[in-house]
Design a protein around this ligand. Structure first.
Ligand SMILES: Cc1cc2nc3c(=O)[nH]c(=O)nc-3n(C[C@H](O)[C@H](O)[C@H](O)COP(=O)(O)OP(=O)(O)OC[C@H]3O[C@@H](n4cnc5c(N)ncnc54)[C@H](O)[C@@H]3O)c2cc1C
Length: 258
């Protein structure tokens, strides 16, 4: 979570800085200081890349514990049926997620992009496939040179850690929406959650296309949906930012006053 959140903070501040043009570079508009303060978070308290490796190693260890005593046929069955429930353990939102998945008609039309069950299934499927193919890759490479094998699969290892965290964030979001009792806030959070899920898929659509999960048409529909959501949520940006309770002195930038 730390790795993904700090990378997100760094890229968000950069986007905000560029959106303000040269004024974003002025100290009085606070962004340079924010950038300087948050940048190092990607390194200290554990370098982000190394932390994601640790997440992936944890997932591989769970996988090994679950599959080591199984025959090849049982392993295949395990991979097909149980990875999500055991290795890719569901978060505390498990009950809510199950309810959503059970209630979904599982369509594949354009509107289903906004179907929470479709979004969750896309995240779970990606995580399951990435982890499963990583296991196969490491296993096929043999045991003699495990250090080199692991290093040469870095891209795959890091992806396994990353897509795991992405799914955990989505499930935590879904759980928080379920606990929200105010109907207006809940409706707003549902749209922000759509934006989180779809922008994540949008950023990774090469993977979904490469692995035959989407047609090109669907990938384009995801981009259109993200644009639509950005337009819809834009007027509520201040309301959303205020929800974090950021003290006014940290918002005291002349560019906001203007
Ligand atoms: C401002 C600041 C304050 C700090 N405060 C403290 C503190 O209070 N207490 C404390 O104990 N430490 C502190 N640190 C140290 C901090 O924990 C380390 O900087 C951090 O763990 C990264 O280690 P490193 O600097 O040696 O970088 P390295 O580990 O050398 O990382 C350099 C690059 O190599 C990559 N890399 C490293 N290992 C691997 C690997 N196995 N596979 C692939 N890539 C790899 C990294 O991703 C990174 O891109 C602080 C650091 C800073 C900058």
């Amino acid at each position: 979570m730390k790795a993904v959140a700090t990378w997100h903070a760094t890229s968000t501040i950069q986007a905000a800085r560029e959106a303000c043009g040269g004024a974003g570079y002025l100290a009085e508009n606070i962004l340079p200081q924010l950038k300087a303060d948050t940048d190092v978070f990607t390194t200290f308290e554990g370098d982000n890349t190394v932390l994601l490796q640790l997440v992936a190693k944890g997932l591989l260890t769970s996988y090994k514990q679950e599959v080591q005593d199984l025959s090849p046929l049982e392993t295949a069955r395990f991979v097909a049926e149980q990875v999500v429930d055991t290795v890719i353990e569901r978060t505390s939102a498990r009950k809510v997620i199950e309810r959503i998945m059970d209630a979904s008609p599982r369509r594949d039309d354009e509107d289903s992009l906004f179907d929470r069950a479709w979004q969750i299934a896309a995240f779970e499927d990606r995580e399951e496939h990435v982890l499963d193919s990583l296991v196969k890759r490491l296993r096929n490479a043999g045991r003699d040179n495990s250090f080199e094998v692991f290093n040469s699969a870095q891209d795959h290892v890091l992806r396994a850690g990353r897509v795991h965290v992405d799914r955990i964030v989505l499930e935590a979001f879904v759980g928080a929406i379920d606990r929200c009792t105010d109907p207006d806030t809940k409706a707003l959070l549902e749209r922000v959650c759509d934006l989180y899920a779809l922008s994540n898929i949008e950023a990774d659509r090469a993977w979904f296309l490469e692995h035959g999960r989407f047609t090109a048409q669907r990938a384009k529909a995801v981009v259109a949906a993200v644009n639509e959501l950005c337009g819809e949520l834009r007027p509520r940006a201040r309301e959303l930012a205020d929800a974090f309770g950021i003290p006014e002195q940290f918002l005291a930038a002349p560019i906001i006053a203007d």
